[in-house]
Ligand binder design. Structure first.
Ligand code: ATP
Length: 345
C-alpha cells in the first residue's frame, strides 16, 4: 500500500459572492514535498492555503490531511501550521517566549518548552537571540523567528504564505536557501505560496501554476519552464516569445500557438548568413534595443517578418561590446526549441 498523500483536495471550491476564488480543485501533494502554488494576484492561491489551514470553510469539496478528512475540523485541530508574510510575532514577548508560546497553549511543561524553543531557534541559526524582543531584530531575523515558532510544534506540514515577500532581494535569496535546508532537515511537507516565479523554480519539487481559481499546469520546475502547455504559463513563468496566428505563419511558417525562450536564440552579426533548414530557423531583422543586465544582455530585434523578438545573450564573451542598435542581424534557433503550446503532453 502506498502512503496516503500529505494533502488531498477533491473538488475543492470556494466562492465569495460572485467570485469563484477556487474552482473545483483536485490536487494530491506527497509527504515531504516542497510544493509551490504560483500565480498572479487574485488567482486563488492564498485562498487554497487558508482552506487547508482551516481559516476558511469550503463552499464545496473535501480536504484530507495525511489520510484523514479534516474538512469539518477547526484550524487548531489540523496537523499543519502557517507562516505569514507579516510574521505576526508578539512584540512584548522575547524571541524565546514567542517560539515557546505554541507549546504553552498545548500544555507542554516549562522546562521542555524552553528546551524545544531553544532547539528551534538553533535550527534557524539564531541560537543566541532568545532574550531579544522582535523590535530588536532585522526583517530576515524576524522571519526566521516566525519559522522557528511555526516548526516548534512539529506540524506534519508547514503552510507558507509569501513568507519572503517583505524582504529585499539579497536577503530573500539567502532565506530561500535556508528555507530549502530547513525543509530537508525537518523532512516535512512545505506548501509555499508565491507570485515570484524565480522563487518557485528555485525551491520547489513541484509547482502548481494557478490562473482564475484553477491549476493551469502542474509539474516539476523543469517541466513548467521547458514545456509550458499554454500561452498563459509560457508567459507567466519566465519570458517567452509567443507566436500565434499571423506571427506563427510569418516567422515560423507554421499554424498554431508556439513559445520560444529568449535564451534559446543566437544572434549573428550579419544578414543572410544561411537559409533556414528543417532543424535551424533563421530570421533577419534590425536590433531595436539592447539592455545590459550584468550577466546577460537583453536584445530586442525587429524581424523583417513583422515580429519583435526578445533575445537573451550571456555576456561571457562580450568584453568589446558596442551598442548594436540599428545593426542588421540574423536570429537563429533550433526548430526543436520551439514549444508547441497546443501539443498534447
Ligand atoms: P495574492 O497574490 O494577491 O494574494 P491570490 O492568488 O492569493 O492573490 P486570493 O487571495 O486567493 O488570490 O483571492 C482569489 C479571489 O478571491 C480574488 O478575486 C479575491 O478578491 C477573492 N477573495 C479572497 N478572499 C476574499 C474575501 N474574504 N472576500 C471576498 N473576496 C475574496
Amino acid at each position: 500500500m502506498t502512503a496516503a498523500p500529505a494533502i488531498r483536495l477533491t473538488g475543492l471550491t470556494k466562492t465569495f459572492g460572485e467570485t469563484r476564488a477556487v474552482d473545483a480543485l483536485d490536487l494530491d501533494i506527497a509527504a515531504g514535498e516542497f510544493f509551490s502554488m504560483l500565480g498572479p494576484s487574485g488567482s486563488g492561491k492564498t485562498t487554497v492555503l487558508r482552506l487547508i489551514a482551516g481559516f476558511e470553510t469550503p463552499t464545496d469539496g473535501t480536504i484530507e490531511l495525511f489520510g484523514e478528512d479534516v474538512t469539518a475540523r477547526a484550524a487548531f485541530d489540523r496537523p499543519v501550521n502557517t507562516v505569514f508574510q507579516d510574521y505576526a510575532l508578539f512584540p512584548h514577548m522575547t524571541v524565546l517566549e514567542n517560539i515557546a508560546y505554541g507549546l504553552r497553549v498545548r500544555g507542554v511543561g516549562r522546562a521542555e518548552r524552553l528546551d524545544r524553543a531553544q532547539a528551534a531557534l538553533d535550527s534557524v541559526r539564531l541560537g543566541s537571540f532568545g532574550s531579544r524582543k522582535p523590535a530588536q531584530l532585522s526583517g530576515g531575523q524576524r522571519q526566521r523567528v516566525a519559522l522557528a515558532r511555526a516548526t516548534v510544534v512539529q506540524p506534519k506540514a508547514l503552510l507558507l504564505d509569501e513568507p519572503l515577500g517583505a524582504l529585499d532581494l539579497k536577503l530573500r535569496e539567502q532565506m530561500q536557501v535556508e528555507l530549502k535546508e530547513l525543509q530537508r532537515e525537518l523532512g516535512i511537507t512545505f506548501i509555499f505560496v508565491t507570485h515570484d516565479q524565480e522563487e518557485a523554480l528555485t525551491l520547489s519539487d513541484r509547482i502548481a501554476v494557478f490562473n482564475d481559481g484553477r491549476i493551469a499546469q502542474l509539474g516539476t520546475p523543469a517541466e513548467i519552464y521547458e514545456r509550458p502547455t499554454s500561452p498563459f504559463v509560457a508567459d507567466f513563468v519566465g519570458t517567452s516569445n509567443l507566436f500565434d496566428g499571423e506571427d506563427a505563419a510569418a516567422v515560423l511558417g507554421r499554424t498554431g500557438a508556439f513559445s520560444l525562450r529568449p535564451e534559446k536564440i543566437r544572434l549573428r552579426a550579419d544578414e543572410g548568413v544561411a537559409a533556414a533548414t528543417a532543424e535551424v530557423v533563421r530570421s533577419v531583422g534590425t536590433v531595436a534595443e539592447e539592455i545590459y543586465l550584468g550577466t546577460s544582455t537583453r536584445v530586442l530585434v525587429d524581424l523583417d517578418a513583422g515580429y519583435r523578438l526578445v533575445v537573451l545573450e550571456q555576456n561571457a564573451a562580450r568584453f568589446a561590446a558596442r551598442d548594436r542598435r540599428g545593426d542588421r542581424v540574423t536570429a537563429e534557433w533550433s526548430a526543436s526549441d520551439v514549444i508547441d503550446l497546443a501539443a498534447p503532453v
